[in-house]
Design a protein around this ligand. Structure first.
Ligand SMILES: NC(=O)C1=CN([C@@H]2O[C@H](COP(=O)(O)OP(=O)(O)OC[C@H]3O[C@@H](n4cnc5c(N)ncnc54)[C@H](O)[C@@H]3O)[C@@H](O)[C@H]2O)[C@@H](O)CC1
Ligand SMILES: [K+]
Length: 506
């Protein structure tokens, strides 16, 4: 595993740190090393001679900031320090004393501060334990309103290290240099407006110490390009045929939402699945044939309102003929009997969109308990709340762990930081996405893509959860690539499907 994949809480980081110190690494030496690495990155961002304000807190986050202040001072930057605390931790205090002997200007009141080009935020790191209040809160708000770039050391001051919640107020960083290992809070959706561009500063924590604290197989992992591309493109043997490369059944669409079926189909197409069958209301059949000529389109009897009344498969085929089924996009809730019918299948099943709304209506847990094989639920926040009304979702990671455990399903909670949990509580977080994907139909594309990937892994040694994580990564990377070429407003769901392949070619 690479360091980029690990995610830690404040407690875990403290335990890892303690192991390194117990093993003999001097605390001051580590701070010096970290400060030096931060400086190297800063010099690439801030040109020489610029004025840099350094915000110094009472703990070791402030200590890091003081090492940075001293180094930038010697590298020819105009540095000043804002340090409003009466009591500092010992090491921090020593560094502070030295910066004062160097005559680096220091201020305690924001009213006295000179102007600046950049700000380095070393107020609080993972030691923040309560809300920021009073004059410190006022200072944080003052710096945020200045609209000058801020670089936060470890985590924007004011964010909860684990949940990403704002404790009182928080620095809105332009960049966050996360130290050593990714802090869980930086990957939580609510932290996003504060984190800016986040990068990891690796300071050589021994793998043995990481594993000793978070286990051999970490509970929470960041999805990275390396992990995603370890399964993509799915390998194909030289001698094979279409049915050996997966047979996916999509159950989707209605007269009201015909486009959802097409987009789901196009997502599935991009997965490379060997055979694609799509069950839609009979009246949509020709439309689907014209859009997806390679797919077997199954016209189903429809309700008066134009929804699928029942899934009628061709002769010699039943639900167990497929290697995966995905159900939901564009279904409507007009016929709720469709979900109890589909969950009888013995292959992996994805439930999305209206299939989730129906599931919420008929009872999530008792319905899913009847399933014998894997189920993947792909709700957005609104659907999640309907499915699991009793689960507090302030901490999205905890929420999906609880949901997955209660339901026995793999839960993929969509959002700016899509997160996935399996019933054992193992979590995968997608660390990169784009608001360009906040658009009708983009979830349908994900369902098709995921379905197609799931259908193909049956005889391969790939875990379902890993392929779910891969699908989330692939989908968001396609959105990012499309937004880069077409702007954030140019990524409609159809366009998105056209950028899935280029992600892999890149
Ligand atoms: N984990 C590691 O291995 C390393 C950690 N380092 C730095 O050390 C930091 C953690 O240092 P600390 O544990 O000293 O913690 P912090 O520097 O995050 O701050 C803790 C201090 O702030 C005070 N405090 C907490 N909440 C407050 C509030 N709301 N208002 C006012 N005061 C408050 C605490 O009493 C304590 O004195 C990391 O974030 C990182 O920057 C680095 O120096 C090097 C290596
Ligand atoms: K900070």
């Amino acid at each position: 595993m690479t360091k980029e994949q690990f995610v830690v809480t404040a407690t875990q980081m403290r335990q890892i740190e303690a192991r390194i110190f117990t093993a003999g690494m001097p605390v001051a030496a580590l701070m010096e090393k970290v400060g030096g690495l931060i400086c190297q990155r800063l010099q690439a961002i801030i040109s020489p001679g610029k004025c840099v304000g350094i915000l110094v807190g009472p703990g070791h986050n402030g200590g890091d900031a003081l090492v940075v202040a001293r180094e930038l001072h010697f590298r020819g930057y105009q540095v000043w320090i804002y340090q409003p605390f009466s009591k500092l931790k010992e090491l921090t205090s020593q560094h502070f004393q030295y910066t004062q002997s160097l005559k680096i200007p220091c201020y305690q009141e924001i009213s006295q501060l000179p102007s600046y080009d950049f700000l380095i935020d070393g107020l609080f790191g993972f030691g923040l334990e309560r809300e920021i209040t009073d004059s410190i809160a006022a200072a944080v708000n003052y710096f945020n309103h200045k609209n000058q770039p801020i670089i936060s050391i470890d985590i924007p001051s004011g964010l909860h290290t684990d949940t990403g919640e704002v404790l009182g107020t928080a620095i809105q960083a332009t960049y966050t240099f996360c130290l050593g290992l990714w802090k869980q809070g930086l990957l939580q959706e609510q932290a996003l407006p504060y984190v800016g561009k986040a990068e990891l500063i690796d300071f050589d924590i021994p793998l043995a110490d990481i594993h000793a604290v978070i286990g051999d197989i970490p509970k929470i992992k960041r999805i990275t390009q390396t992990t995603a591309l370890s399964t993509l493109p799915l390998p194909r043997p030289l001698i094979t045929h279409k049915y050996k490369q997966g047979h996916l059944l999509l159950i989707c669409g209605s007269q009201r939402y015909a486009g959802g079926a097409i987009l789901t189909g196009l997502g599935a197409r991009a997965s490379g699945v060997g055979m694609l069958s799509i069950a839609v209301p009979e009246s949509l059949k020709m439309l689907l044939v014209s859009q997806l000529p390679e797919a077997l389109i199954i016209g189903c009897p429809e309700t008066e309102t134009g929804a699928i009344a029942s899934v009628q498969l061709p002769e010699n085929i039943d639900l167990n003929s497929f290697t995966a089924i995905a159900c939901g996009p564009g279904l409507t809730k007009d016929n709720i009997s469709i979900v109890p019918e589909i969950i009888q299948c013995e292959c992996p099943l994805i439930l999305d969109a209206d299939a989730l709304n129906i599931l919420a209506q008929i009872g999530t847990i008792p319905t899913l308990k009847q399933r014998k094989s894997a189920t993947v639920l792909t709700p957005h926040t609104g659907e999640f709340k309907r499915l699991f009304p009793n689960i507090d979702h302030t901490d999205r990671i905890k929420a999906i762990q609880t949901a997955a455990q209660e339901s026995g399903a793999i839960v993929l909670l969509k959002g700016a930081r899509t997160a996935i949990s399996n019933p054992q509580g193992n979590v995968w977080i997608n660390p990169e996405s784009t608001p360009a994907l906040a658009r009708g139909g983009s979830g349908d594309v994900l369902t098709g893509l995921l379905g197609g990937l799931l259908a193909q892994i049956m005889n391969k040694e790939i875990f379902i959860e890993d392929i779910v994580a891969t699908a989330a990564w692939w989908h968001s990377q396609a959105g990012i690539l499309a937004a880069q070429t077409r702007t954030e407003l140019g990524v409609d769901a159809f366009t998105l499907t056209q950028y899935l392949m280029p992600v892999l070619k890149k």
